[in-house]
Design a protein around this ligand. Structure first.
Ligand SMILES: C[S@@+](CC[C@H](N)C(=O)[O-])C[C@H]1O[C@@H](n2cnc3c(N)ncnc32)[C@H](O)[C@@H]1O
Length: 245
């Protein structure tokens, strides 16, 4: 890590309630990611409690999870003890190009502080992908052009169904922007939209909460491979620890 991580972030605030809010992973999501990864390595941006990366690893996918929240990583470690995890901010990815696929689920890229940070993160993501690498982005952005980007702060009470009282709060600071503006940012950062679909399967496309899934391909070769982190590098060479707690 080149800079100290912030003390509090989405993950630290919401870790205790995260698995209640997002209890399961869609099997179509796992199948799609595994299919696109093939034998390549996957980087999950904001791995959280391991909801996706954990089952992927159990399917035999070579996946590394990155998150800046110690609280989230601690839960991921408890849920999936052998999952390779890295504590770092994904706007400062500590790797060179060694991933076939980068995955952002649940609008995670929107959790960055602003447009400038988002653009910087997209550029770094492009740089850690192999030349034919892909970015999968699940989001709930509006598809109507013209929304002026802004940062939204949410603070939602989570009411216990039994007691009727608010036992916890869900706190989010996120960038709101429309999908065309995000596509433009991706294009400026070295990505080209390859395909887009609603929900993880056509069958569930209109289900409440279904996001838009966009797949971008890398349009440039990225930075030269400067470190030991070549394609085929081991987890140890990547600096990935299996002992983060
Ligand atoms: C909405 S959760 C998604 C968790 C997981 N991907 C899933 O699908 O369940 C977002 C995660 O991203 C992490 N996160 C947010 N901003 C981050 C950043 N800049 N760098 C690394 N992790 C970040 C949070 O700590 C949190 O664990």
């Amino acid at each position: 890590m080149s800079e100290p991580l912030p003390d509090r972030c989405y993950g630290d605030s919401n870790a205790p309630i995260y698995d209640q809010l997002y209890p399961r992973i869609d099997s179509d999501c796992l199948a799609e990611i595994a299919g696109l990864a093939g034998t390549g390595r996957v980087l999950e941006l904001g791995v959280g409690t391991g909801r996706c990366a954990g089952p992927l690893a159990r399917m035999g996918v070579d996946v590394v999870g990155i998150d800046r929240s110690a609280a989230m990583l601690s839960l991921a470690r408890a849920n999936y003890p052998t999952l390779p995890l890295v504590r770092a901010d994904f706007s400062q990815l500590p790797f060179a190009n060694c991933f076939r696929l980068a995955v952002s689920l649940v609008d995670t890229l929107s959790l960055l502080a602003g447009i400038e940070q988002l653009q910087g993160a997209l550029q770094r993501i492009a740089n850690v992908l192999e030349p034919d690498g892909l970015l999968i982005d699940e989001s709930w952005r509006s598809h109507e052009d013209g929304q002026v980007p802004y940062v939204e702060h949410l603070d939602v009470p989570i009411v216990d169904a039994t007691t009727g009282t608010a036992e916890a709060r869900y706190q989010v600071r996120r960038i709101r922007m429309d999908q065309p503006a995000f596509d433009t940012l991706c294009a400026a950062s070295g990505f080209e939209l390859q395909s887009r679909h609603a929900g993880w399967s056509e069958r569930k496309a209109s289900a409440p909460g279904s996001g838009w899934i966009s797949i971008y391909s890398k349009t440039h070769q990225g930075e030269p491979n400067r470190s030991v982190c070549a394609v085929g590098a081991t987890h140890e060479q990547l600096g990935v620890s299996k002992n983060i707690s």
